[in-house]
Design a protein around this ligand. Structure first.
Ligand code: CA
Length: 233
């Protein structure tokens, strides 16, 4: 089934380029040219991913993101920002955005980010268990399907969250630094701001921990990074 991308962007030229390229890449698109309309469409149309400009009429991208996240925790959001706003982007991630891109961006990279952030959902056909499974106590990592299971129930992750989990569980108990995670999982430069990793770990914890406020699996090693804990049973 085709995935749908909502584009919230008031610059008509950028909107047209995004619509054209996403359509060619096989996505359905919905468009909004101001923040209020964008929020309404995000909630009513349930897109698979949202591309969200920051500076918008009526309601800015940050406020939209915050209001949307109060009702929907899962739909990935990629924020589009002018270069001079980049320092604000970690703020955007803290409000619940999954990623950001700085204008001008290459269409090829944008399409790659869309693919990385979109929820995996129905991409993994169920059937006989694949052979490439890693047992991690209550968790199972199915590398063939890029899917993780908790207590045999599939956990709904974005591609990046899956990559983060895979990276942390590659060697359980070993501390992985934020810089290493940034390099392994993001594979591009965030201008050294590793807080993006902390934000992503928080969101992953919300999906996999019993109580995200008291994590038992993804543990913070102060000043060093994170590790995956398997010493529970
Ligand atoms: Ca704008």
């Amino acid at each position: 089934m085709k995935k749908t991308v909502l584009i919230v962007e008031d610059e008509k030229a950028i909107l047209d380029i995004l619509t054209l390229n996403l359509t060619i890449a096989g996505y359905d698109t919905i468009c909004a040219q101001d923040g209020k309309e964008g929020l309404a469409l995000a909630l009513s149309e349930k897109p698979d991913l949202i591309l969200l400009d920051v500076m918008l009429p009526y309601l800015d991208g940050f406020s939209l993101c915050k209001q949307f996240r109060a009702q929907d925790k899962l739909t990935p959001i990629i924020m589009l920002t002018a270069r001079e706003e980049e320092r604000d982007m970690v703020f955007g991630l803290e409000l619940g955005a999954d990623d950001y891109m700085t204008k001008p961006f290459s269409v090829r990279e944008l399409l790659a980010r869309v693919q990385t952030n979109i929820r995996r959902g129905d991409t993994a056909p169920e059937g006989a268990p694949s052979r490439n499974r890693v047992d991690l106590g209550r968790f199972t990592l199915d590398q063939e399907r890029s899917q993780i299971y908790k207590d045999d129930q599939p956990v709904d992750l974005t591609q990046r969250e899956y990559d983060l989990f895979r990276c942390l569980t590659a060697q359980p108990g070993r501390v992985v630094s934020r810089e290493a995670l940034m390099q392994e999982v993001w594979r591009y430069d965030y201008f050294g701001d590793v807080r993006a990793v902390d934000v992503a770990v928080c969101r992953l914890r919300e999906k996999i921990e019993d109580d995200a406020a008291h994590p038992e699996y993804i543990i913070t090693k102060r000043g060093a990074g994170y590790y995956f804990n398997t010493d529970l049973e």
